[in-house]
Design a protein around this ligand. Structure first.
Ligand code: MLT
Length: 419
């Protein structure tokens, strides 16, 4: 096999089916090799034309466009359109898309009753995934796998439109505050911010700096090819489950601390370092010490062996936003010191441990006034177009029902001996 100019040789594996499977498993574990076998729909066998990611080079592109350009020049809704429909919208396509989304931001009043059934200590991610799944009951046509393209497009619009409403309401439930209805005079992020932060009898003005920063953060999180939540959406959708049920499943996958919870862990770590005097170097040494249980959060990534391109953009955004808002957050300084020290330390250089997107995103969310347990909800808000695009691509390609490959490692055939 020739890959990136280098030749690789692989052994021919012989033996029984079980023996070969075990040998292939070992080969895969030692070489990182994965096989593309469309019979199995594990994440390594997913063909997709949405997001390109090169972990060695630190490249991320949506539909061929560099993430740096999109974050700089596009709005989140433009990027959503690009991911879902494959092209950046023309002016008139964008206007239509925007108007349609604006017209579907309201949710059925009975959904409010579901919300009211949640105790205020319910985690907002549980509330969000339940409300999204409840759309299957309010729009039962979504259960029909043979819906027309127009009907599917309507479900997509509904999801994009109602997600900010649900996300803000999940927060209001936690705060014990009455919910705010959408304000359709505002843009996507402005509307979300108002529903989240406006208090009864108080005038609320959307801060354009906050809104623009949020828009950029959502773009950076909009897709990341076959990660845990995205492959969940594809695999649930491959059974022809409703789009709402599939997205709800993705939200649950994202909820786990190893996936969407990572930026919360970074903030908790930075807070702990600050409380202990703010000595970044000391904590870097702890991270290197095998006998110390301290783990450096927000560094390294399963696929990036180089700088996470999102981290570069977000680091600059953190500086800009905190500067413009006049927020002095000591944990940003600790984060920068940690990053600087790690990037100049042979231990981290050898292991290619660079800061990832989670290292800075929590700092911005804090500056925008978003509480820690809403971080994963913000991630879900950003990731929604990616999940939709992946669900749609999987269905349009008529992919068979998902079935992860298993490498059997248990007992071989045994003779049954009765007791
Ligand atoms: C993501 O953006 O989904 C995370 O970086 C996790 C991943 O890609 O595996």
């Amino acid at each position: 096999l020739s890959y990136k100019g280098q030749e690789y040789e692989f052994p021919v594996i012989t033996g029984t089916e079980n023996e070969s499977a075990i040998e292939i498993g070992k080969l895969r574990d030692t070489t990182g090799l994965i096989t593309l076998d469309p019979g199995y729909k594990n994440t390594g066998a997913t063909k997709s034309a949405i997001t390109f990611l090169d972990g060695e080079e630190g490249i991320l592109r949506y539909r061929g466009y560099r993430i740096e350009d999109l974050a700089e020049k596009s709005t989140f809704l433009e990027v959503a359109y690009l991911l879902i429909y494959g092209e950046l919208p023309t002016q008139s396509e964008y206007e239509t898309f925007n108007i349609e989304i604006t017209h579907h931001t309201l949710v059925h009043e009975d959904i409010k009753k579901i919300l009211e059934g949640f105790p205020s200590n319910a985690h907002p991610m549980g509330v969000l995934s339940s409300l999204i799944c409840s759309l299957t009951a309010f729009y039962p046509d979504s259960l029909n796998p043979n819906r027309s393209k127009e009907e599917i497009d309507l479900s997509i619009i509904r999801l994009l439109a109602k997600m900010p409403t649900f996300a803000a309401w999940a927060y209001k439930n936690e705060m014990g505050h009455p919910v705010n209805y959408p304000d359709n005079n505002l843009d996507y992020c402005g509307n979300f911010l108002k529903m989240m932060f406006a208090l009864p009898a108080e005038k609320y003005e959307v801060d354009p700096i906050v809104s623009a920063a949020l828009d950029k953060l959502l773009i950076l999180h909009a897709d990341h090819e076959q990660n845990c939540s995205t492959s969940t959406v594809r695999i649930v959708g491959s059974s022809q489950a409703s789009i709402y049920a599939s997205i709800s499943a993705g939200i649950n996958a994202l909820w786990g601390p190893l996936h969407g919870g990572a930026n919360q862990s970074v903030i908790e770590m930075l807070e702990a370092i600050k409380a202990d005097g703010g000595d970044a170097k000391k904590y870097l040494d702890k991270a290197k010490d095998k006998n110390d249980s301290f783990r450096l959060m927000g560094f390294g990534h399963r696929v990036y062996k180089n700088f996470d391109p999102r981290a570069k953009i977000i680091k600059k955004a953190a500086d800009d936003v905190l500067g413009k808002l006049g927020v002095k957050d000591p944990i940003l300084e600790i984060a920068k010191e940690l990053e600087y020290a790690a990037l100049h330390d042979q231990y981290f250089i050898d292991r290619k441990l660079y800061p990832n997107v989670d290292f800075y995103s929590g700092i911005i969310y804090r500056a925008l006034g978003i509480p820690t347990d809403m971080f994963t909800v913000m991630f879900a808000l950003g990731r929604l177009p990616g999940w939709i695009a992946q669900w749609k691509e999987m269905r349009e390609n008529n992919e068979p029902i998902g079935r992860p490959r298993q490498v059997y490692v248990g007992e071989n055939e045994r003779d049954y001996v009765s007791m």
